[in-house]
Design a protein around this ligand. Structure first.
Ligand SMILES: [Zn+2]
Length: 377
């Protein structure tokens, strides 16, 4: 028994030492760095505070090859950020495009704190088996938290507040927010599966810079969060956007939060449908939309210019058709979306505490700096 206790203490010390080393290498940092990693229409978004402490939101796709590919892509971003561990990991919800790379990632880098919304609520035997047998082993020597709206996730230098989790939303407005939301009157409910609305959503403040990531939170939950009063207020950067899918991204959420920049974690044939793009392109105050991928679902008609798009296809296409290409009907013989397993590029955001932020497309080197907002937006 004594031996076991001793070993636990040593392991604990090792973790502490590692944390200290991360913060030591981080002494020179002054910016919040955000890596939106290409996981092919899944999600993996890494935030690194000036303190060197990190928060990863989701781990990319399931299935053996995709999990290895996506975990390697996350590791490449973690290396670029000089991390030796992931201090906090949020799994927004139990879908394969969000928790899928977790086992492979945990083999490659220590994860110190696991955060989720609680049990899976959508029938899926593989997920239930993972949660019963594998997940507890992953967090056995770490911290595990079931997030509740209003909780704070400790990341030194940032203020990270949970605004949605397990189908619940914050009930009171964030400081400075709470005005009536004019978009509520025109809201139309949307369809939903069981897990997307359970997503852990966070609101992050770094000095004057504000960003939000809501996992795959669906339209009906956007309405609960944002109506009748806008509990979030205005933000600078909207991360994720549920892959650009039209089961999320209602005006009550997008237009009311008035983001200056959006970064969409879409895939080659996932997200970027005309109706979503219409909402985004008409969002008041939106200066630019950046995308992880060209999406066939947008066509030239709805897509953003290529300089804002981080990833291409393995087989280069001669031209993007003007009209959107509709997704094939689901069924047994659906052709796979265009593949992208070759070199992958992240979009990196560096934010300063005065509210200035720069977005960089690492595929083509194109970058743009957004000056701090004067007054309210
Ligand atoms: Zn998803």
């Amino acid at each position: 028994m004594r031996k076991i206790l001793w070993l636990t203490t040593v392991a604990g010390l090792a973790l502490l030492t590692q944390g200290a080393r991360d913060s030591a290498t981080a002494q020179t940092r002054t910016t919040l760095d955000i890596y939106v990693i290409d996981v092919e229409g899944g999600n993996a978004t890494l935030l690194v505070a000036p303190s060197g402490e990190s928060l990863l939101i989701d781990t990319g796709n399931v299935a053996p090859d995709a999990a290895i590919r996506d975990s390697e892509r996350i590791i490449a971003a973690a290396k670029d950020a000089r991390l030796t561990g992931i201090d906090n990991l949020i799994i927004t919800h139990w879908h394969g495009d969000h928790y899928g790379g977790l086992v492979e990632l945990a083999k490659r880098i220590p994860i110190r704190h696991f955060i989720d919304h609680g049990p899976n609520v959508q029938p899926a035997p593989a997920v239930d088996e993972f949660l019963a047998k594998v997940y507890p082993q992953l967090y056995a020597n770490a911290k595990h938290t079931i997030a509740k709206p209003g909780d704070r996730i400790a990341v030194a230098g940032l203020d990270v507040e949970v605004v949605t989790s397990a189908g619940e939303t914050i009930k009171t407005a964030l400081p400075g927010a709470g005005a009536p939301n004019p978009y509520c009157a025109g809201f139309k409910p949307g369809p939903s599966n069981a897990e997307d609305p359970m997503s852990v959503g966070i609101y992050v403040t770094f000095g004057k810079f504000r960003t939000i990531h809501l996992g795959d939170l669906t339209k009906n939950k956007e309405f609960e969060l944002m109506c009748p009063n806008n509990r979030i207020g205005a933000i600078d950067l909207f991360l994720g956007l549920h892959h650009g899918q039209n089961t999320s991204n209602s005006e009550v959420m997008i237009h009311a939060t008035h983001p200056r920049v959006g970064i969409m974690n879409n895939g080659t044939r996932k997200g970027g449908e005309p109706d979503t793009m219409q909402v985004l392109h008409t969002s008041p105050g939106l200066e630019d939309l950046w995308q992880m991928h060209f999406s066939q679902l947008s066509g030239q008609e709805y897509t953003v210019p290529g300089m804002f798009i981080a990833n291409l296809l393995d087989e280069p296409s001669a031209a993007m058709p003007v009209a959107p290409i509709a997704a094939p009907q689901p069924g047994p013989n659906v052709p796979s979306p265009p593949a992208h397993n070759g070199p992958a590029y992240w979009i990196k955001v560096t934010a300063q505490s005065d509210g200035t932020f720069t977005v960089i497309n690492t595929r083509n080197g194109f970058s743009k700096t957004y000056a701090p907002n004067v007054g309210s937006n």
